[in-house]
Design a protein. Structure first.
Length: 526
């Protein structure tokens, strides 16, 4: 009995010693069968990820960890090299109950934009999938090339995968790019992308991107050290962008081609998109200056707010100069229901604070309004006063243009106007004068431009008012008023005119004429 117990204790001691020895060997990584099984697992994972392993050297291999490096692989236009990859393993990782954690050091990626099309075709050809786990990227850099031009972006980040999705996070702080980027890609092709506090130095990227953005944009000049700042999120589901939110700040820029140029100050943009009926775009800039063919236009603090239901644009101050014209103005515009046939409704308001046109100048601010209801264009002018060789006044002007869609354009206009007759007569001689100096009239205009039957009708009415006309050696006084109608068509002119005078008094030297009432009527039939 005692001998059996001693034998049992001896065999138990041998078994424990064997387990300890094997465990020690396994811990130190010197168990060939286990090592080969681990190696097969690692290489299978790398092949599933689409990474070639022919040049991969395993520095350390055990059930606790695996260290490989250097690792490199190439795709058309993309070269990736890695100094070291360290994976922390363990029984739970090897048996598939825990995802591995991998640390990448000295990662270097070089992207050639000149071969972007080749790379885009080669990427879908890889049918592998990343193994589940977490990857920390340390001391990495991305080199973007286009010919001799290159931009380097050092970064650090992480990558994690599971059965449902891939998550990528990286942060960079360099002159070329500063910011944080996150990416979530689901196995169902859903994609979420986010940029936080992103900042690009434009001039560093200009030469690299010149082949992609085209020559016209390549002629754009950015202020030195100008940066594009951006933050936002985007979501892609079923190959469609379903949610986009972003804010951006663009630096001041200018574009010139010959005598034409455009200058734009710092611009802030805010955009959002969910679907065709839920989107928005807001943009505001410090100023816009446009020069072309001797004309110069400047808008200060213009803004635009676009929504599916309406788009509104405004600029509080601005100027227009060229060809003897100088205007200080501001305005706003609203467009609703834009489609391929044009807007359903639109309204434009233009306020002119100062205006000069050769010998004429604006005496008081004016406001011009234009409205479109989908079929007719309406224009209205509350008041306008010009001072020049004489003074001109216009008030309550309204005009309507329509009929384009029916093929019968028509125009209707009405308003009141006045001209300073005294100054015109004074130009003939210093002793000519008219009191009151202004002569007012009411004007109605209507026209139809039907092919083969064009017709225009003009009506003019001058209210009765006492007038005094003084000239060298004489004087004429009367209460004058009248009206006129003119009809024009393709082949004929017809109309009538009438002039009524009361209390007529005329004097010239020793002669005088006195009449209590007088009239003049003209009519010209077809």
């Amino acid at each position: 009995m005692r001998r059996s117990r001693r034998n049992f204790l001896r065999w138990l001691a041998v078994l424990v010693l064997l387990v300890v020895v094997l465990g020690g060997v396994a811990v130190t990584g010197h168990l060939p069968l286990l090592n080969r099984w681990i190696e097969r697992r690692l290489l299978a994972e790398l092949r599933a990820a689409g990474v070639g392993t022919e040049t991969t050297r395993l520095r350390e291999l055990s059930w606790r960890r695996a260290v490989a490096g250097p690792v490199s692989f190439d795709l058309p236009g993309l070269h990736v090299q890695l100094d070291e990859a360290r994976a922390e393993l363990g029984w739970r990782v090897l048996t598939g109950r825990l995802a591995p954690r991998v640390v990448l050091r000295g990662l270097s990626a070089e992207l050639d934009l000149a071969r972007w099309a080749e790379l885009a075709k080669a990427l879908p050809a890889s049918e592998g999938s990343l193994p589940a786990g977490e990857i920390d990227i340390e001391a990495a850099r991305l080199m973007v090339r286009n010919g001799a031009a290159a931009v380097e972006v050092p970064f650090a980040g992480s990558l994690s995968t599971d059965a449902a999705e891939l998550r990528v996070r990286f942060a960079a702080e360099a002159p070329a790019f500063t910011g944080r980027v996150t990416l979530r890609a689901a196995k169902s092709t859903d994609l979420e992308f986010a940029v936080q506090e992103g900042s690009f130095e434009v001039e560093r990227w200009r030469a690299v991107l010149l082949g992609l953005i085209g020559a016209p944009l390549g002629a754009v000049t950015i202020e030195p050290a100008g940066r594009i700042r951006i933050s936002g999120t985007a979501r892609l589901a079923a190959d469609r962008w379903t949610a986009v939110r972003g804010e951006a700040e663009l630096p001041a820029l200018s574009w010139r081609e010959g005598e034409n140029s455009v200058e734009c100050g710092t611009t802030k943009v805010r955009a959002g998109f969910e679907n065709e009926t839920a989107w928005q775009l807001d943009a505001a800039t410090e100023r816009i200056v446009w020069n072309a063919s001797g004309w110069r236009a400047e808008l200060l603090a213009p803004e635009i707010a676009a929504r599916p239901e309406a788009t509104r644009a405004r600029f509080p101050n601005g100027s227009l100069e060229g060809a003897g014209v100088a205007l200080d103005l501001g305005g706003e515009a609203t467009v609703r229901g834009w489609s391929a046939a044009g807007p359903d409704t639109a309204e434009v308001v233009l306020r002119i604070a100062r205006g000069e046109l050769r010998d004429w100048r604006l005496s008081a601010p004016a406001e011009l309004r234009a409205r479109w209801n989908g079929a007719e264009l309406g224009v209205s002018l509350e008041s306008l006063e010009l001072d020049g060789p004489c003074r001109l006044q216009a008030a309550a002007w309204e005009a309507t243009l329509g009929g384009w869609r029916e093929g019968h354009p028509r125009v209707v206009a009405r308003g009141q106007g006045a001209v300073e007759l005294g100054r015109l007569l004074g130009a003939k001689g210093a002793e000519w004068r008219c009191e009151p100096a202004m002569v007012a009239a009411k004007i109605d205009l209507s026209g139809v431009l039907d092919a083969g039957a064009e017709a225009v009708r003009v009506e003019l009415a001058v209210p009765a008012m006492r007038r005094t006309l003084a000239f060298p050696g004489g004087r004429f006084e009367a209460v004058l008023g009248g009206d006129a109608v003119v009809n024009l068509d393709r082949a004929h002119v017809s109309g009538r005119a009438s002039l009524a005078a009361h209390e007529v008094l005329g004097r010239q030297g020793g002669w005088s004429v006195l009449a209590p009432e007088a009239s003049l009527n003209l009519r010209w039939p077809r």
